[in-house]
Ligand binder design. Sequence first.
Ligand SMILES: NC(=O)c1ccc[n+]([C@@H]2O[C@H](COP(=O)([O-])OP(=O)(O)OC[C@H]3O[C@@H](n4cnc5c(N)ncnc54)[C@H](O)[C@@H]3O)[C@@H](O)[C@H]2O)c1
Ligand SMILES: [Zn+2]
Length: 357
Amino acid sequence: MNNYPEYHASITVTREVENELGKILTRYPEDKLFLVTETNCDKLCRSLIRQTPGFENFKKVVIPAGEENKKLSSVERIWLFLSQNGADRKSLIVNLGGGMLTDIGSFAASTIKRGMDFVNIPTTLLAQVDASVGGKTGFNFNGLKNEIGVINQPVNVLIDTRFLRTIDSPNFISGYAEMIKHGLIYSSEHLEEVRNFDLNNPDLEILRGIIARSVAIKDSFVFRDPNERNIRKALNFGHTIGHAFESLALESGHPILHGYAVAFGMIAELYLSHKVCALPIEIVAELTNWLISVYGKYAIEENQYEGLYQLMTHDKKNEGARVNFTLIPAVGEVAINQNCDKDLIFGALDYFKKMNS
Ligand SMILES: NC(=O)c1ccc[n+]([C@@H]2O[C@H](COP(=O)([O-])OP(=O)(O)OC[C@H]3O[C@@H](n4cnc5c(N)ncnc54)[C@H](O)[C@@H]3O)[C@@H](O)[C@H]2O)c1
Ligand SMILES: [Zn+2]
């Protein structure tokens, strides 16, 4: 992989997920194998691993699909199943699903009996390039996303693009945003290959290579700073304003997918990068137009700025609060901990509003 980092974590990008999984299974007793999945993936994705040698020994627990099920009761269901079916420290837990499932399955595996080995098999583009890698696990609690969780690395992540054959277009384009982000924070070369990918006619063989390089970028930041004390924050580009858009959309009863919110957040944070880090405005404008061509326009009103700002500060009383951003001085470079005041943030929202009207 020219100019791309080597993997540090165990990540296997493969055309033969069943064989790769089979190799891992040989290291575990056959009565200690567990499959954790969700209802959609149980129907759509399980067939790809059915030929795995040893698959017939799996004990399977299925939780309901959807972000609304990323909650304590789903974790309890997995814990209970594992506990009642003889799981112990010699067990292997295989998590098959999108980011919702890999987050929750990894958490359950990391916490039961002080931790069991687990493998993630991500089945959405978002999970393949982002969620299944890096060791962040957890669930939503008390109305807050990922409020409870631990950081704990999987034994392996097995990525096979054949799972993406059944993904709908919005979920595909949502995951694509995280690859764009990896290009923006790490490499113009990666950004170009992501841009050149034909979204209207997705070729999963070409995509396999792009995913392999994209996930290597994520892995390199995680390796340098697994607990997000410093450089791992690079991966938050687009997410500070993006999460605010995501929460506002949810509150207003018109939720948007995570990747769309991140794409919109990246537009506003590209403008902040211009203001704070001198990213040339021509580059901001060109990238904005391209992002809008992929993600469509997202209209916001001036009377929403205050609410968005409060979502960024997480503190309604702290009137003058500043917010920390990850910004990019150039494509492929990052500046973490960029402290911005309310005026700067409102300026970025103004830019976003103008470009989306
Ligand atoms: N741990 C991390 O570092 C990290 C990073 C980013 C996101 N996340 C988390 O990931 C979650 C979002 O992930 P997601 O977008 O994969 O959501 P998801 O897991 O809810 O999957 C989206 C939809 O696609 C369906 N699906 C999954 N695989 C499919 C397939 N192969 N074919 C057809 N349908 C399929 C699911 O059932 C669901 O309806 C969020 O909970 C987010 O917090 C975690
Ligand atoms: Zn994200």
